[in-house]
Ligand binder design. Sequence first.
Ligand code: NDP
Length: 256
Amino acid sequence: MTQAFDLSGKVALVTGANTGIGQGIALALAAAGADVAAAGRTPAAETVEKARALGRRAEIISADLSTIEPVGRVVDECVDRLGAIDILVNNAGIIRRADSLEFSEADWDAVIDTNLKSVFFLCQAAGRRMVARHEAEGVRGKIINIASMLSFQGGIRVPSYTASKSGVAGLTKLLACEWAAKGINVNAIAPGYIATNNTEALQADETRNRQILERIPAARWGSPEDMGGAAVFLASSASDYVQGHVLAVDGGWLAR
Ligand code: NDP
C-alpha cells in the first residue's frame, strides 16, 4: 500500500508555492517523488531550491493570478518545461476584511477573481490536458483545490472570502462529477487555522490566539507540513476512488 503514495515521475503544478501552505504542499509532493512547477507572483526560489535538493526537477513559472489572462500559458509552460501536468494544486489565495455593510466592490472582485475565477479557469486549462492524456495514455489527472473552514461556515467580515471558498467547494464537487469518468480526480483540502504569513496578525494577538487554541481540539495551530500529507494522498493513486471530497485538515475544528 505504501507504493500507492509514490509520486515518482509525476509533475505537479502548485500555485502560490513561494510560501505558507503552497510551499508546504509543493515540498511534500516533491518528497513523495513529484517534479514541481511553482507558479505565482513572487518567484518561489526557496521552494524550487529545496525540491531540487530532494533530487526533483523544479521550475518557477511567473504568473499573477488576479486575472485569468495567464492561466493557459501557466499550464503550457508546465508541460513545455517538465513534460506533463499530472497534478494541479490551486492554492494561491487572498483575503480582504471589512463589515459587509461597508464592503467595497474592489475587495469583492479582487478576492473572487483570484480565489474562484482563476481557480476555475486553471482547472479548465489543466483539465483539457488531463482528459486528452487519459484518453491517449490512460494516465489519471489529480486536481486539488485549497478551500477553507469557510467553505462550511460563515465567518465574519470576510464576505468575498467566504463566497469564494464556498464556491471552490461547490466547483470541486461539480468538476468531480463532470470529470470522474474522464480520468480526473477533483478534490479539495479545507485547512483550519494554519500558521502562515496570512494568519500572522491573529497569532500575534494574544487574546485571539488563546481563544483559537482553546477552540481547536488538537490545541495547536496547523503547519504547512500538516497540509502536505493530505495533498500527497489526494495526488496519489491511493485516492483514485475519492471524488468531490472537501477534506478538512483542521485539528478537529469542524468536528467540535
Ligand atoms: P499566504 O498569504 O502565506 O500565501 C498565499 C499565496 O498565494 C502566496 O504564495 C501568494 O503569493 C499567492 N498569491 C496571492 N495572490 C496571488 C496572485 N494574484 N497571483 C499569484 N499568486 C498569488 O497564505 P496561506 O499559505 O495561509 O494560504 C494559502 C491558501 O490556503 C489560500 O488559498 C488560503 O485562502 C487558504 N487557507 C489558509 C488558511 C490559513 O489559516 N492560513 C486557512 C484556510 C485556507 P505572493 O507571496 O506573491 O502574494
